[in-house]
Ligand binder design. Structure first.
Ligand code: AHR
Length: 495
């Protein structure tokens, strides 16, 4: 039995909507085919952006999109991606499959996409193989309103007004693909590069320093010690990999019960990582001015058999959906420090929202979690305590159930629950406190499946999708809910 106490009158701060952010890299079929098909494509599109994917992303209220990488960012030279498309330079995407990148999707196309999605752009600049001048001029090109060589060039290329640009990353994974740097060296480079990431006019840029890989606490320590006053955010990357990154990450579809368990365990590890990196950040930034920006997270599994290993195309099951829910509950609990996160990646790459096959498109189980949880964006986090039953395997124990809740501006409460146990249902007793008198009106939605590897295919695109949930009773403010194994529940509570 799991017991939950929900204090509807105790708020714990705002859940930053950017916790539900996304990441789209020039990698495999994420940008090309997944988002950009070009104006002449037979796939229905608006100015080259495919309509089906656009609508799907709008429906989950995507708040923010990170681009152009990832590792690609530290090899990207923005000038190659502006001006008439037919004249743009072709390059080799050395990181991702060695394919030709024709630069048809560049700054103007990305900014247009964000405007169409009504989301904020988060651009990652090139420190690894770029120059200070190149980064500085990109900012000038995008955000300067007056007469200047870069602003004039932007106008020549068809955009009169500058764009609003809030979030800018100064490099990516500079401990690895972004230059194999030591933290001391990167900290100095960060200080130098960010100096020239200027605020033009009213545009105020939130500067994000490249942060640690997983549990490299020394990286966070050095960056905070040497560069904290110069940053608004510090990133962290952590992927849920059931197996071993180099020897075999594990199949997306063909896995055992023990792999399900270990996947949940590794997803839950995010809590320890945030806690320990936060403790270091607290030492230098006790007021929590600097945001922890988890700009890459999600499952990283073996590519689907027969696909290009450099394209990182993987299927997505109810297991991935649970991993997403696990992360959101953790992010909510750290809402005081975690200001943004970006799942990797939006379309056709890693833990994607959407998969495409030319003109076909499907929504993944992970997409549906983003859809259910979008109600938490920008809402007030409510105090919830959970005394969970256990989920056990071979002597290892995890909490079976988790709950998180928020209240929106209209006073509507959304309570999200999950049961990560692949086998056993959970009975959950929820004590709803702080609502005076009257009856509660509660509606439920549930995402679950009959098999651990249940997923959507182009032949059967709606096998895993949310359904109405009614398996609960309410009596005197006491809610009792039955959660099937492998389930995510969202309750909307009107009082
Ligand atoms: O998301 C795929 C890759 O993972 C990114 O390009 C890189 O930053 C990370 O190692």
């Amino acid at each position: 039995m799991t017991n939950v106490v929900l204090n509807t009158d105790v708020t714990k701060g705002t859940i930053n909507k950017n916790i539900y952010g996304h990441f789209a890299e020039h990698l495999g079929r994420c940008i090309y085919e997944g988002i950009w098909v070009g104006e002449d494509s037979s796939i229905p599109n608006t100015n080259g952006i495919r309509n089906d994917v656009l609508q799907a992303l709008k429906d989950i209220r995507i708040p923010l999109l990170r681009w152009p990488g990832g590792c690609f960012a530290d090899e990207y030279h923005w000038r190659d991606g502006v001006g008439p498309r037919e004249g743009r330079k072709h390059m080799i995407n050395t990181h991702w499959g060695g394919v030709v990148e024709n630069n048809h999707f560049g700054t103007h196309e990305f900014m247009m996409l964000c405007e169409m999605l009504e989301c904020e752009p988060y651009i990652c600049g090139n420190v690894g193989s770029g120059s200070v001048q190149e980064m500085s001029e990109w900012i000038e090109y995008m955000t300067f309103d007056g007469e200047s060589p870069m602003a004039n060039w932007r106008r020549e290329n068809g955009r009169q007004e500058p764009w609003d640009l809030t979030y800018f990353g100064v490099g990516n994974e500079n401990w690895g693909c972004g230059g194999n740097m030591r933290p001391e060296y990167y900290a100095d480079l960060y200080r130098r590069f960010q100096t020239f990431v200027r605020n033009y006019g009213d545009n105020k840029i939130y500067r994000i320093a490249g942060g640690a890989n997983v549990d490299d606490y020394n990286w966070t320590e050095v960056l905070m010690r040497e560069a904290a006053p110069f940053m608004d955010g510090l990133s962290l990357h952590y992927y849920t990999i059931p197996g071993d990154f180099w020897k075999g990450k594990g199949s997306a579809l063909d896995f055992e019960e023990s792999e399900w368990f270990v996947t949940m365990k590794k997803a839950l590890h995010m809590n320890e990582l945030i806690t320990r990196h936060s403790t270091i950040m607290d030492k230098y930034d006790p007021d929590k001015r600097i945001g922890m920006i988890i700009d890459e997270w999600g499952t990283w599994l073996d590519v689907e058999p027969g696909t290009n290993p450099g394209f990182l195309y993987q299927q997505n099951t109810i297991r991935d959906a649970l991993v997403a829910a696990v992360h959101f509950h953790i992010f909510h609990n750290h809402a005081d420090r975690v200001q943004m996160t970006n799942i990797a990646q939006t379309v056709n790459v890693l833990q994607a929202m959407v998969l495409t096959d030319n003109e076909k498109m499907l929504l993944t189980p992970t997409y549906h979690v983003f859809d259910m949880y979008k109600e938490h964006q920008g809402a007030q986090l409510l105090d919830v305590s959970v005394d969970s039953g256990t989920y056990e395997m071979e002597g290892d124990v995890l909490p079976q159930v988790s709950a998180t809740a928020s209240k929106n501006a209209d006073g509507v409460i959304h309570l999200s629950l999950y049961n990560i146990d692949h086998q056993h249902p959970a009975s959950v007793s929820i004590d709803i406190r702080g609502i005076a008198g009257g009856s509660l009106s509660i509606e439920g939605r549930m995402l679950t499946a009959d098999e651990m590897n249940a997923h959507n295919t182009f032949e059967n695109p709606e096998r895993v999708k949310p359904e109405a949930y009614t398996d609960f009773t309410v009596e005197n403010g006491q809610l009792t809910a039955q959660l099937p194994n492998m389930s995510i529940i969202q309750l909307t509570i009107h009082s």
